[in-house]
Design a protein around this ligand. Structure first.
Ligand SMILES: NC(=O)C1=CN([C@@H]2O[C@H](COP(=O)(O)OP(=O)(O)OC[C@H]3O[C@@H](n4cnc5c(N)ncnc54)[C@H](O)[C@@H]3O)[C@@H](O)[C@H]2O)C=CC1
Ligand SMILES: Nc1nc(O)c(N)c(N[C@@H]2O[C@H](COP(=O)(O)O)[C@@H](O)[C@H]2O)n1
Length: 280
């Protein structure tokens, strides 16, 4: 709850008590345990009981309850960057800032605790209109400008100008495009590139295509931590599903695509937060 002295804080300020932070600590990036070559990667999202992120690709869907929502903002505080796919950027017009009391713009100085938004946008199709919340918050000193991961060698000049005026930039990587137009980046290259940009840790939020591609067995070893909020809701068929490609064993029989090890379950309000690492 807001304190009387908090009257100068923005109305959307969130609070996450110290006692709720303890269980997360073993699952968070630690300064002394970082890889010198690649950015620490936390895969974190909120899902329904039928493994869905949203009612449809274009429908922002609140799954997290108030406590797990505040937890997500604590995760934002503890990571250098926050990543989504362009599908999510277009569908949700998200803020992607940290609205916890004490973060920059929420009682903190400068941009302390504000993660760098990173958008995967292979064809540079994301439109930065006046109403794009990330840019509004950046202008207000309540969030950072985005880095956009694209496959375009020459992103549109006007977009580049706007981005750079805000302190963001395009980063061009080699992204493969299939015959049916789906894109595939090399997650290893991406995480190394972020590290070289000075970003030691990234929380990867979604959406479905991003998560399912990162859970491909080739890329699973790159995931350092997994923190999933499970909400007591079935969204029903037709939503955005987290379900990576099925794998087969050496006899050609289907086997699980991925499994957690050292899984820990923490009841959190009406939700459960599941933490662990991928079993390799
Ligand atoms: N509940 C939650 O925690 C979250 C929910 N969402 C929801 O997810 C939905 C959007 O999910 P999707 O439609 O699956 O879109 P998405 O956010 O995964 O973006 C898909 C686009 O990102 C790019 N992309 C993704 N993976 C790529 C890869 N490996 N290589 C190259 N490019 C890649 C491609 O351009 C692709 O079309 C929205 O409704 C959003 O609300 C998104 C994040 C978190
Ligand atoms: N943790 C979590 N719980 C949910 O219920 C969600 N729908 C999401 N969505 C992700 O958060 C983004 C919105 O962030 P802002 O509040 O606008 O800063 C959204 O785009 C998804 O990435 N996450």
């Amino acid at each position: 709850m807001a304190q009387a002295s908090d009257q100068t804080l923005p109305k959307d300020t969130l609070y996450f008590p110290a006692k709720d932070r303890e269980f997360l600590e073993p699952h968070l990036p630690q300064k002394d345990g970082l890889d010198s070559n690649k950015c620490f990667a936390t895969l974190t999202f909120a899902t329904s009981l039928d493994s869905q992120l949203a009612l449809s690709p274009g429908a922002p869907t609140q799954l997290s309850g108030p406590q797990s929502k505040a937890m997500t903002h604590y995760l934002r505080f503890r990571h250098d960057a926050i990543m989504i796919g362009v599908g999510t950027a277009v569908a949700d017009n998200p803020s992607l800032n940290c609205r916890l009391e004490g973060a920059g713009g929420y009682g903190g100085s400068d941009l302390i605790g504000q993660p760098r938004p990173v958008i995967i946008d292979p064809t540079a199709r994301w439109d930065f209109s006046e109403k794009n919340k990330i840019f509004v918050l950046c202008r207000e000193g309540r969030g950072k400008a985005p880095y956009i991961i694209t496959g375009e060698q020459n992103p549109p000049a006007e977009q580049k100008k706007i981005l750079e005026e805000h302190g963001g930039k395009f980063i061009t990587l080699g992204i493969k495009t299939s015959d049916i137009g789906s894109h595939r980046l090399d997650w290893s290259e991406l995480l190394q590139t972020l590290k070289a940009e000075g970003l030691d840790s990234v929380m990867i939020e979604g959406g479905g295509q991003v998560i399912n591609s990162l859970l491909d067995p080739v890329f699973q070893p790159l995931i350092d931590s997994i923190i999933v909020t499970i909400a007591p809701t079935w969204l029903g068929q037709g939503g955005v599903v987290v379900s990576p490609s099925r794998q087969v064993d050496e006899h050609g029989k289907p086997r699980a695509a991925a499994r957690l090890k050292e899984a820990k379950w923490y009841p959190f309000g009406e939700d459960v937060v599941l933490c662990g690492r991928v079993k390799l």
